[in-house]
Design a protein around this ligand. Structure first.
Ligand code: THG
Length: 366
């Protein structure tokens, strides 16, 4: 598509970091949870190498925190997800699908047990607040549901630990994956979790005071100068190489967790009250689609994103990108399983590609 301007208004909400993001020369935004999300600062490929080699600071305020508190909060969270949350400890994050009563994916957030009877749903791009309030009303639950005044800032890349340690102190290296600590910046405690939407390692700082946004941003860039810190955002190349799913791109409410390969994040046999479990138990093994990887030696074009073989549509492309590291054209595609059972390759435009499991196994591909 040709370049267009994104018209920014109050609906495309800004963040406490937006002034700094603008000053840093942001070149592209997308809109996520009705909020601006910077996508690149130089270009996708240049940003990719800086993320993989050094460290980046990302304004991911758009990962909104839907806070569910009150006596029935854990019950509501468990109703919404087929992942067993009963053994979560305070400060832990759990990547978990949210599913409706027919098993359709509502969202794929990180669930955070912030305190007893206080859960944060760190959402992907769909209106979970509305869904949760509807359920709470329908089930007659004693909960409070609101979008919390929290703006996550991610620090990602191989040098992220060094940088976050300089700013938040020596407790940082002791934080395990998807665990967090409350650490101080300018006298204010905020949650710092080892997490983030890349596989390059890093942390997410859950800023809870908008007045500290610019001081925090500035401190990270000052302390990170010798580490080559750069502004960035979730990177299309890195996230596809890493097999990180993007709700709305790779899957939506018409897909179930089996089709997306999220089986590891649901507990089909758990004795829990979860509204999607009966449906999921019934469709297990019978689902129609499977999200797969496609690998071509050169770029290919899919008209209307359709994947055609034997004169029929056998799937559709959800995300695609050229990988500069592997010199391959990579795609994630929702494929019909009946086609997969008989085919391991695909011809598009006269070019033959391999159909592979996700996440991509680049040792096997080369
Ligand atoms: N961080 C936070 N909130 C988020 C995202 C995030 N909300 C929206 C979006 N990203 C949700 N999607 C994902 C997808 C993948 C992961 C996290 C959020 C992820 N997955 C790891 C994996 O697949 O290997 C680990 C999963 C696990 O072991 O639990 O990290 O990035 N706050």
């Amino acid at each position: 598509m040709t370049d267009k301007i994104l018209s920014i208004s109050r609906r495309t909400r800004a963040t406490p970091f937006t002034r700094r993001v603008e000053a840093a020369g942001v070149k592209g935004y997308t809109v996520y949870n009705h909020m601006l999300l910077p996508t690149f600062f130089t270009n996708n490929e240049d940003d990719y190498w800086s993320l993989c080699q050094n460290v980046q600071v990302w304004d991911v305020s758009c990962e909104r925190q839907i806070e569910v508190s009150g006596p029935d909060s854990e019950r509501l969270i468990q109703l919404m997800t087929p992942r067993d949350i009963s053994r979560a400890v305070i400060g832990q994050g759990l990547y978990a699908p949210l599913c409706d009563e027919s098993g359709g994916l509502v969202n794929d957030p990180v669930l955070i047990k912030f305190a007893n009877n206080d859960w944060w749903v760190s959402i992907a791009d769909s209106d979970v607040r509305l869904w949760a309030r509807g359920l709470a009303h329908g089930f007659g639950l004693d909960v409070k549901i609101r979008e919390a005044a929290i703006w996550p800032l991610a620090v990602q890349g191989p040098r992220a630990e060094q940088l976050v340690t300089r700013v938040f102190g020596n407790e940082v290296p002791g934080i395990r994956f998807f665990r967090s600590k409350m650490l101080e910046f300018r006298g204010k405690a905020m949650m710092v979790m080892r997490s983030g939407y890349s596989k390059q390692g890093g942390f997410e700082i859950y800023l809870n005071d908008p007045d500290l946004a610019e001081p925090l941003w500035d401190e990270l860039f000052e302390q990170g100068q010798d580490l080559n810190v750069r502004p960035g955002g979730p990177n299309l190349i890195e996230r596809i190489e890493s097999g990180l799913l993007s709700y709305g791109n790779d899957m939506n409410f018409t897909h179930n967790p089996f089709e997306c390969g999220l089986d590891a994040f649901i507990d089909l046999d758990a004795d829990i009250e979860s509204m999607s479990l009966p449906a999921l138990r019934a469709i297990r093994g019978k689902h129609v689609h499977q999200l797969m990887g496609l690998v071509f030696d050169e770029a290919v074009f899919f008209p209307d994103f359709a994947i055609i073989a034997d004169d029929r549509v056998v799937g559709d492309v959800r995300s695609q990108v050229w990988s500069p590291r592997y010199q391959k054209y990579l795609a994630m595609a929702m494929m019909k399983r009946d086609f997969l059972s008989a085919n391991e390759t695909l011809t598009v435009d006269g070019k033959i590609g391999n159909i592979v499991d996700l996440p991509f196994d680049f040792d096997a591909i080369r």
